[in-house]
Design a protein around this ligand. Structure first.
Ligand SMILES: *Cc1c(COP(=O)(O)O)cnc(C)c1O
Length: 336
């Protein structure tokens, strides 16, 4: 796979750190837990979308676009990172925010990511829940280009074959890091939502014959649908990069047992995981993605699903800004 064939805008210094979580490893008494710090991708407090945006904005600029159009939930990390990248590159950004969660919570509606969207002067339009938001973004982009804007529409989460290149590249980066450190990785664990992160990782690892399975912990869809979405995007991405043989369906594994009541709805496991990582490691997870993914990892370790001495790499996909949208949840958790 020769990624230099695709346009790219460099946005952060690579590699992101790969660190051992010594205290968490000792606390749980299971596998060696390492963390790949993709919360450290620099732009606007970082996160996994910056990696995808290197390639998406690369293509946007190659097409002469000056205005990014995208969509997400009100507390979307993806929208916040897109809005910031647009500013850094002298572009404009319009975002459609879906009221995916029914709430009147002031913090959820005004703080965290959406506060930063406003600081970046992103043009925001709201939508009720349940619409096809990618279709809404496409329609908005079409209307704006009819009005003379040079738009480039980015799907939710930056998850298409172009954005997924960011995680094909991350897989290559991780393998090189592990080789240099002499670290034998047994499994990679990541949150999986709009699918681009897991799809890209699977294509990158499979394409290198690394023999490292990826476990996605779902945050929204049930297992069948999540795996189907990830596999479809992995196949498209493999085709795009010219990885021969495609991606086997068996290489795509998602565990969706940790979603709880729904997308963005807090769970006791999530609050436990956020507090545990904060207090044992000084690491900030997020309430919607990495907190639930870590809740899954902790539970699976407690159930003995990993060997002692096996190395698990947890991909930290960022999102800590979202904590401020859920302040009440953590205030309550800390008084009980
Ligand atoms: C978007 C996001 C994810 C999920 O990544 P996908 O590529 O959408 O599956 C995980 N963690 C955080 C913090 C995110 O913002």
């Amino acid at each position: 796979m020769h990624l230099a064939r695709f346009p790219r805008v460099r946005l952060f210094p690579a590699p992101t750190p790969l660190e051992k979580l010594t205290n968490l490893t000792r606390h749980l008494g299971g596998p060696d837990i390492w963390i790949k710090r993709d919360d450290c991708t620099v732009v606007a407090t970082g996160g996994n979308k910056v990696r995808k945006l290197e390639w998406l904005v690369g293509e946007a600029q190659a097409q002469g676009a000056t205005h990014l159009v995208t969509q997400g939930a009100v507390q979307s990390n993806h929208v916040r990172q897109t809005a910031a990248v647009a500013r850094r590159l002298g572009m404009k950004c319009t975002a459609l925010l879906e009221h995916r969660i029914e709430t009147n919570d002031r913090d959820y509606l005004n703080s965290g990511n959406v506060l930063l969207d406003r600081l970046f002067d992103c043009a925001i339009e709201y939508r009720p829940s349940g619409l096809d938001m990618n279709a809404e973004a496409e329609a908005k982009g079409t209307a704006m280009s009819s009005a003379g804007e040079k738009t480039y529409v980015i799907p939710g989460g930056g998850s298409n074959r172009v954005g997924a290149l960011g995680y094909v590249s991350c897989a290559q980066e991780l393998l090189q890091q592990a080789d240099e450190m002499g670290l034998q990785i047994g499994r990679v664990v990541t949150a999986t939502g709009s699918a681009g992160t897991q799809a890209g990782l699977v294509v990158g690892l499979e394409g290198s014959n690394a023999g490292i399975p990826v476990l996605g912990i779902g945050v929204r869809a049930p297992k069948d649908r999540q795996e189907t979405n990830v596999h479809r995007l992995a196949e498209e991405t493999a085709d795009y990069v010219g990885a021969r043989g495609g991606v086997s369906r068996a290489a795509v594994v998602a565990n969706c047992d940790y979603v709880g009541p729904g997308y963005g709805q807090p769970t006791p496991g999530m609050t436990e995981a956020v507090l545990m990582l904060a207090r044992l490691e000084g690491v900030l997870l997020d309430p919607v993605y990495s907190g639930k993914a870590m809740a899954g990892l902790i539970d699976l370790i407690r159930k003995g699903e990993f060997r002692r001495g096996e190395t698990v790499v947890f991909l930290h996909t960022g999102g800590a800004v979202g904590l401020f949208g859920y302040a009440g949840v953590f205030e309550q958790a800390m008084t009980h």
